[in-house]
Design a protein around this ligand. Structure first.
Ligand SMILES: *Cc1c(COP(=O)(O)O)cnc(C)c1O
Length: 631
């Protein structure tokens, strides 16, 4: 949703062709017998004016001319003198060039009817702007916030400070909801630096530099040539879009709003919302035998071990085609020997139950520790089963049980079992990358995750982080050809990153991009903090609306949160559809003992998204469910 437009003044909304500063600069320098060409002046237009004067004086020809004409006045004083003269000159022309450019009033009308705020930034001083403001207001253009660099400690373009201040005044925090429009390279850079959508205006701007009359007199071809040239320069500076005039901004905003509306936001625990850049990585095809691809696979494996805080001497990452369950099945089916082994599975949700099913399918002797879904698995409970079953050699547990969002305390259970010589497997599918996990400290033998959960890639492969020492002893254990973890590992090692069978190339490229983005975000701890912020906002916001939690806060993970149905006749489908129509995709509940639904906090999801969701749920709860929602 576009919430605000930040507009430049001269050349963008007033002063067609950005004539005023040009005339004033020319006259100010002429006052000191220095002749400046328009082209020279236009090079740095958009800067604040004092900086601009100084920059012009750095050109050898201009400084030489000053020294020749004013041998008694040192160059260090020249800038102040010329700037003082510039102020006199600009005052003479500002009023004459304050006519609104075509399209401004249409844009104002559109903005008002769409609750879009208007602000401005400028290279003019406050004194200059004060002359234009009343004239613009008379013509129907009266933006709420007008920023000059005097309000930002004289930090002007191309820095983002003026746009940042405008956003602060408008109380907008998400720069992707803001458009900056201007006609100069410095305008475009200001927008880019602020992270907003930066749009360049070609017609009537500084880069064409002609008055409206002069431009209108050109032939169609000449006008097109001017536009294309200006557009190319603005594009080169990094403009996200180029428009000819401000009227063109209206359909552009409508299409941006459409795009932002239509793209669903998955508040689900995988697949989840990935970044645009991760998605775009998949637009190229790659061969599996290719050396670059093999090197990329090796890099991915290397990074995964590093994210687990482990050394490659002790641990390795084995990638396995398929969804997360393929990795769990490969790990269980390969880890447990065919003879003299028994697996203990501790389960407090659907994913624990899935491991039991796997053991049944593979005919692996197993013992089950069943714990209620709203309670964590404790070391004491595990030790009790171990004492009763000395035949147990292997142990499997889920870290974050995505069924409820409950977090099992693997950091107390796993090291204790490792000391007893038990081989451990942890399904950390929905936690690895989203919660810090230290493989070396855990002494875990196998930890399983997937490309499409907290690592924020797309679905396509699972990941088994295995203790090398343990994995190397599993030759010929596998009950399946395709899911033989040992054979997969050997192939990666022997052929330096070649997968055993056809691999999901696009997914691997997307995953590599996701890894880079995890690093850019600041690593796992920063990501955990973002997820935790989302979770806290969601949980507290929902409780304020009267919704009840399925599990206790003390055992709640930052990953996904479960809520009980607010009434016995609650229609989840209708609730789901209401949110889906407004682009939010949530998840049905999975707990057996009560009716519930779940909302994920992971993926490319911000606090702002959670606020929007809560607003929608508030409206639905109040108006459709007719329930009290507090204040
Ligand atoms: C997502 C998930 C899995 C794997 O499910 P798939 O549908 O096979 O990707 C396994 N365990 C947990 C805890 C999960 O969250």
């Amino acid at each position: 949703m576009i919430e605000a437009i930040v507009l430049d003044w001269a050349g963008t909304t007033v002063d067609y062709g950005s004539r005023a500063p040009i005339i004033a600069f020319k006259n100010a320098f002429a006052h000191f017998s220095i002749d400046l060409s328009e082209a020279t002046i236009r090079q740095d237009i958009g800067l604040d004016k004092m900086t601009h004067v100084r920059k012009l004086l750095q050109e050898p020809e201009i400084s030489g001319s000053w020294e020749a004409n004013h041998p008694t006045i040192p160059l260090t004083h020249a800038a102040e003198k010329i700037y003082a003269q510039f102020q006199l000159e600009i005052n003479k022309v500002l009023v004459a060039t304050a006519d609104l450019k075509p399209g401004v009033t249409d844009l104002v009308r559109f903005a008002n009817s769409h609750h879009i705020q208007l602000a401005t930034t400028t290279g003019y001083t406050q004194a200059m702007l004060d002359q234009i403001l009343p004239l613009a207001a008379e013509q129907g253009y009266n933006p709420a916030y007008n920023i000059t660099s005097e309000q930002t400690n004289h930090v002007g373009r191309p820095k983002s400070d003026m746009v940042d201040l405008a956003m602060k005044k408008m109380e907008i925090s998400d720069p992707t909801h803001v458009i900056k429009v201007g006609d100069t390279v410095n305008d475009v850079l200001e927008g880019k630096n602020a992270g907003v959508i930066s749009i360049g205006v070609a017609e009537g701007g500084n880069l064409i530099g002609l008055s409206q009359q002069a431009f209108d007199q050109l032939t169609v071809e000449e006008r097109a040539r001017y536009r294309i040239k200006a557009a190319a320069i603005l594009k080169e500076a990094g403009a996200d879009e180029i428009i000819n005039n401000l009227t063109d901004l209206i359909p552009l905003i409508e299409s941006l709003d459409d795009q932002q509306h239509k793209v669903p936001l998955l508040l689900t625990p995988g697949p989840l919302t990935t970044s645009q850049t991760v998605k775009e990585t998949m637009l190229v095809d790659h061969g599996t035998w290719d050396d670059d691809y093999k090197a990329l696979t090796q890099w991915v494996r290397h990074e995964l071990v590093a994210i687990g805080n482990a050394s490659e001497e002790d641990y390795t990452a084995v990638l396995m085609q398929g969804s997360g369950s393929f990795g769990v099945e490969a790990a269980i089916g390969t880890a447990v020997p065919k003879k003299d082994a028994t697996l203990l599975i501790a389960a407090n949700g659907a994913y624990g139950d899935r491991m039991i099913e796997i053991a049944e399918y593979l005919a692996i002797p197993h013992v089950v520790l069943q714990v209620p879904e709203d309670q964590v698995i404790t070391l004491a409970a595990v030790e009790e089963v171990l004492a009763a079953h000395p035949e147990i050699t292997h142990f499997a547990v889920v870290h974050c049980e995505t069924t409820t969002g409950i977090l099992n305390p693997i950091e107390t259970i796993i090291p204790a079992l490792a000391t007893k010589g038990i081989i451990t497997l942890v399904d950390a599918m929905s936690s690895f990358g989203g919660i810090p996990i230290d493989l070396e400290q855990l002494h875990v033998d196998y930890l399983i995750t997937s490309s499409n959960k907290c690592m924020q890639g797309v679905p396509g492969f699972s990941i088994v982080l295995a203790k090398k020492h343990t994995l190397l002893k599993t030759k010929e254990n596998a009950r399946s050809l395709a899911l033989d973890l040992y054979a997969q590992y050997q192939t990666f090692e022997k052929s330096e990153g070649k997968w055993r069978f056809t691999s999901p190339t696009h997914v691997v490229y997307a995953f590599a991009e996701a890894l880079r983005e995890l690093d850019q975000e600041g690593g796992v701890s920063v990501r955990t903090h973002r997820y935790q912020t989302n979770e806290t906002l969601l949980r507290e916001g929902m409780q304020d609306l009267g919704y009840k939690l399925v599990i206790d806060e003390s055992v709640q993970s930052p990953i996904i949160t479960s809520f009980k149905f607010p009434t016995t006749d609650f229609d989840f489908r209708a609730f789901y559809d209401y949110l889906k129509d407004r682009r939010f995709i949530i998840y049905p509940g999975k707990v057996s003992k009560c009716d519930s639904f779940r909302i994920g906090n992971i993926g490319e999801v911000s606090a702002e998204d959670i606020h929007h969701l809560l607003d929608l749920i508030k409206t639905y709860t109040k108006e459709t469910l007719q329930l009290p929602v507090g204040n």
